[in-house]
Write a protein that binds this ligand. Structure first.
Ligand code: NCD
Length: 336
């Protein structure tokens, strides 16, 4: 039996993770169970050693040629929690690409030494190209998309969903919740990917708030219109704040602005000030993929509803679970 080219699965397991749409609800929830189990194991020395025995001697490469702090470090930490060693390539100007080597030749070289390659790349579609190349050449190594262009960021979506799952676990789950998404929805891949994953749940209601130039792209709107119970749009955050079960804030993706930087008044128009936060429900939560600019002031870090620093930690554990799934050691972790 070969690899399913549509979903990059092999015997029901993800061989590569390049698109958020590969993550079904059951697959994601299985990973949340693994993430919880790994977290529990890591609270004792014996447990931590057991966890590290999972993938001793296996190697990961982090090929990150677009800026990253959290995703990069969290993959590195996740690999080491499982006992893997992690190498990194972050600057093409010190790799053979300056000698004219094509990125695909570089990736093929990486595959000679590593079991898993995590890729963050400025152009959309590169991880998929690599995954197809691996399938064509029967290279039995794994690829994870660690963020590609404005398009997709599957592991960010997974950690956001894990955060929502943990939060709403004892409150009826994610089904039926109203989620407000705010900011640069045109260029923020984290939002696109999260909305994709939320289509796997029932009765979800989505509210979108973006400045006129940063409205969500039509492809995701069409997807959402078919999948969500309700989808409303406004330029005014105050229209929806009081009803939200979760408020997902995002920054202006200013790296795409070039010389014409977005004026600060745009961020002020939608930013979550303490006065605005006071209109939110007491049991609602505030999320953000980070890095933030001014759309959430530091003072809100002390608000008991803030979850963005938890998201960072959840990201590491859900990446542990993803790697464990792809490299076939999640049973060992869950049965411990
Ligand atoms: C996000 C990204 O890179 O898309 N950051 C992240 O991975 N935590 C969001 C962002 O950069 O705004």
């Amino acid at each position: 039996m070969g690899i399913d080219r549509e979903n990059f699965t092999y015997r029901g397991r993800l061989m590569h993770l390049v698109h958020t749409r590969q993550l079904t609800r059951s697959l994601a929830e299985d990973m949340f169970d693994t993430a919880d189990a790994a977290r529990r194991l890591n609270t004792s020395r014996r447990g931590a050693e057991y966890l590290q025995d999972s993938l001793v001697g296996r190697l990961a490469l982090l090929y990150f040629v677009q800026p990253s702090t959290r995703t990069f470090l969290s993959f590195r930490a996740a690999a080491s929690l499982l006992g893997m060693s992690a190498a990194e390539v972050r600057r093409t100007e010190v790799s053979s690409e300056v000698k004219g080597e094509s990125p695909l030749d570089s990736i093929r070289t990486f595959a000679m030494y590593h079991d898993l390659i995590v890729i963050r790349y400025p152009e959309a579609g590169f991880s998929e190209q690599c995954a197809n190349f691996f399938v064509d050449h029967d290279l039995r190594r794994h690829i994870i998309n660690g963020g590609s262009g404005k398009d997709d960021h599957p592991t960010q979506a997974l950690l956001d969903l894990y955060t929502l799952h943990r939060e709403f676990y004892s409150r009826g789950g994610i089904d039926g919740k109203r989620i407000l998404v705010v900011g640069d929805l045109a260029r923020g891949r984290a939002v696109r990917s999260l909305l994709h994953l939320l289509t796997n749940y029932s009765g979800v209601r989505i509210d979108l708030v973006a400045p006129p130039q940063f409205r969500l792209e039509d492809d995701i709107k069409v997807l959402g219109a078919n999948a969500f119970d309700d989808m409303r749009e406004s330029e005014n955050i105050e229209d929806f704040l009081h009803e939200a079960d979760a408020v997902y804030m995002t920054r202006v993706q200013s790296e795409y602005d070039g010389a014409a930087q977005t004026p600060t008044s745009v961020v002020e128009s939608y930013g979550l000030t303490p006065a605005r936060a006071s209109k939110m429900k007491a049991e609602s939560i505030i999320m953000h993929p980070l890095p933030r600019q001014n759309e959430i002031p530091d003072v809100l870090d002390r608000d008991p509803r803030s979850r963005y620093w938890d998201q960072v930690e959840n990201g590491m554990w859900v990446r542990v679970a993803l790697i464990a799934h792809m490299l076939s050691c999640e049973e060992r972790i869950r049965s411990s």
